[in-house]
Write a protein that binds this ligand. Structure first.
Ligand SMILES: Nc1ncnc2c1ncn2[C@@H]1O[C@H](COP(=O)(O)OP(=O)(O)OP(=O)(O)O)[C@@H](O)[C@H]1O
Length: 308
């Protein structure tokens, strides 16, 4: 596939063809084939989802990617949020670009060798994505446009060989975009759902798990974020929200993969784009444990598949 020396949102949009249904179907088929080819060298593909926004999904995705990398794996991070991509910023890669080569768009490398591809690389600073034309009046058209941009983006990124690819999906509950985007990723190993104990009190997490399952996505487990508060001066842990994630996991028949405390010291380093990477730090050890559990689940799944 020929690649332009530079690529931005306008070029992507310029390539989309909507003149008739046959062309749309042909384009989707070609993009889908291309996505399969691009991701053929990736062993485990995972998506990270949440019911609502702001529960720490990106923070969890980025830290799990770093945890897998610390265990010696080759890791890629995919940030497909068109309206608030924050992964590059957290890893100090904001302002970086994909490198366009004849082999595809090569993602920049962040801390611990993690490769990052984000919609952020196509967007102007601080301005939200604005679509022009018929989309102004049609939310359906707007959704279609976004999905096409994401599929085209996935069709371009040349990941090479990876052990893990973690995709940070946009926030959204039940019948929203995240499960549709997850469907673009071939041979998906499963989804990790991030929640806070307060979110558990509502039924939003259960709805998103049910909807993901209805779409054929295997949910591997739940990560509870902001479980407790770690005091920055003395390190003591105190309860932060009411909620019973264990009971919810039992109802949903899902493992609780781990609990991450509200840790201002750690989060501040990611918000500043200079992430704390010290593996002896207690909250980072929690992420390491969660990554270990995910690895065990994936290995178990592989053994089961080989036996059947
Ligand atoms: N465990 C934590 N301790 C302290 N702060 C946290 C923690 N997890 C996330 N945060 C902070 O909360 C804010 C939101 O986190 P994040 O961007 O990861 O949420 P999100 O669920 O991905 O949001 P959205 O999907 O709506 O973009 C960030 O400023 C982040 O630093």
């Amino acid at each position: 596939m020929d690649m332009a020396p530079e690529k931005d949102l306008k070029t992507i949009l310029g390539k989309l063809q909507y003149s008739d249904d046959a062309k749309v179907i042909q384009q989707i088929t070609e993009q889908t084939k291309q996505v399969h080819a691009r991701m053929a060298g990736i062993k485990h593909k995972l998506v990270v989802m949440s019911g609502k926004g702001g529960v720490g999904k990106s923070m969890t995705t980025v830290n799990l990617a770093l945890a897998f990398a610390r265990q010696g794996s080759q890791v890629g991070l995919l940030d497909v949020d068109l309206n608030g991509p924050c992964v590059p910023r957290m890893l100090g890669l904001h302002g970086h670009q994909l490198t366009m080569t004849p082999q595809g768009a090569v993602p920049p490398t962040g801390p611990l060798g993690v490769k990052v591809a984000s919609m952020d690389f196509f967007l102007d600073d601080a301005s939200p994505v604005r679509w022009k034309g018929p989309m102004d009046v049609s939310p359906v058209w707007l959704g279609l446009m976004e999905m096409n941009v994401i599929r085209e983006f996935l069709a371009d990124v040349a990941w090479g060989e990876l052990d893990y690819l973690l995709a940070d999906l946009p926030p959204g509950a039940a019948a929203d975009k995240p499960p549709v985007i997850a469907g673009f990723i071939p041979d998906l190993a499963g989804a990790i759902v991030v929640t806070t104990p307060s979110e558990v009190a509502s039924d939003v997490v259960q709805k998103s798990v049910t909807y993901a399952r209805d779409m054929g996505i295997k949910v591997l487990g739940i990560v509870e974020n902001m479980s407790e508060y770690r005091c920055p001066s003395c390190g003591e842990l105190n309860e932060l929200f009411e909620g019973n994630t264990e009971a919810m996991c039992e109802v949903l028949d899902l493992p609780l993969l781990g609990r991450i405390p509200f840790d201002r010291k750690l989060a501040r380093t990611f918000d500043k784009g200079a992430p704390l990477l010290d593996e002896s730090y207690p909250t980072i050890q929690r992420y390491q444990e969660i990554a270990g559990r995910i690895r065990t689940l994936l290995d178990y799944k592989k053994v089961l598949a080989e036996k059947l």
